[in-house]
Design a binder for this molecule. Structure first.
Ligand SMILES: C[S@@+](CC[C@H](N)C(=O)[O-])C[C@H]1O[C@@H](n2cnc3c(N)ncnc32)[C@H](O)[C@@H]1O
Length: 214
């Protein structure tokens, strides 16, 4: 199925991913919580999020805040709405892609993402859109999984598993050098920290978290 936004939604894998992230969300969250607390600290009252999924990052917003959620995968929307209501966050949900949010230029103080730049079709296009939407001095705060360094066993495994991984997780790549993409995207400042998780999802364990400022 292709939704109006141009996002390719698979009839079975769209709902599978919505269920997967509902069930596995707490486990993923436990693993990345320290990094998220650091980069999502002191978010403003209105936050734009790309690829909100089922609402993993709502806990980092204060109750009464507004989340402008750019999420093209409609099977995620019901759970996302329910989670926002539980957290007392006002939800402005846009069924659009991060490549083309439709948001006004220079309108956002903060854009956040977690585990999304691995899945978008063109990270360079998404980073350009984020820069367009942020006001001068605004920040993009991210937690993402990335390719392991060349020549490591994890990198070999990422290479071997890239096709079934991408098939299962709707185009997710475990082979992207997103640190280089972020540093080359034209932000005024990029501070990022690479780290490694110790989860059974080995291809997913090499990650970065940080803040990029316009
Ligand atoms: C791995 S999930 C992560 C969800 C959530 N951010 C989290 O941390 O649990 C990737 C999310 O990106 C969304 N997504 C995929 N392609 C996208 C695009 N082009 N623009 C915006 N979101 C996209 C998917 O629908 C999904 O919700």
């Amino acid at each position: 199925m292709t939704v109006a936004t141009g996002f390719e939604l698979h009839r079975a894998r769209g709902p599978f991913n919505a269920a997967f992230f509902s069930v596995m969300g707490p486990y993923i969250e436990w693993n990345v919580r320290h990094h998220k607390r650091r980069v999502y600290a002191d978010l403003p009252a209105t936050v734009v999020e790309i690829g909100s999924g089922v609402g993993a990052n709502l806990r980092y917003l204060r109750p009464g805040s507004t989340l402008v959620a750019v999420e093209p995968n409609e099977p995620m929307h019901g759970r996302l709405r329910a989670a926002a209501e539980r957290r007392g966050v006002r939800l402005d949900l846009r069924a659009r892609t991060a490549e083309s949010t439709g948001l006004p230029s220079g309108s956002a103080d903060a854009v956040i993402s977690s585990l999304v730049l691995c899945t978008v079709t063109d990270p360079a296009e998404v980073l350009a859109e984020i820069r367009r939407v942020l006001r001068p001095g605004g920040t993009f705060r991210f937690v993402e999984h990335v390719a392991a360094p060349d020549g490591t066993p994890t990198r070999t495994l990422q290479r071997l598993l890239r096709r079934p991984w991408a098939w299962t997780f709707e185009g997710c790549s475990c082979e992207r050098d997103l640190a280089a993409r972020l540093r080359g995207a034209g932000f005024a400042r990029v501070d990022l920290t690479p780290y490694r998780l110790h989860s059974p999802f080995i291809t997913f364990n090499t990650q970065i978290a940080g803040v990029a400022e316009v």
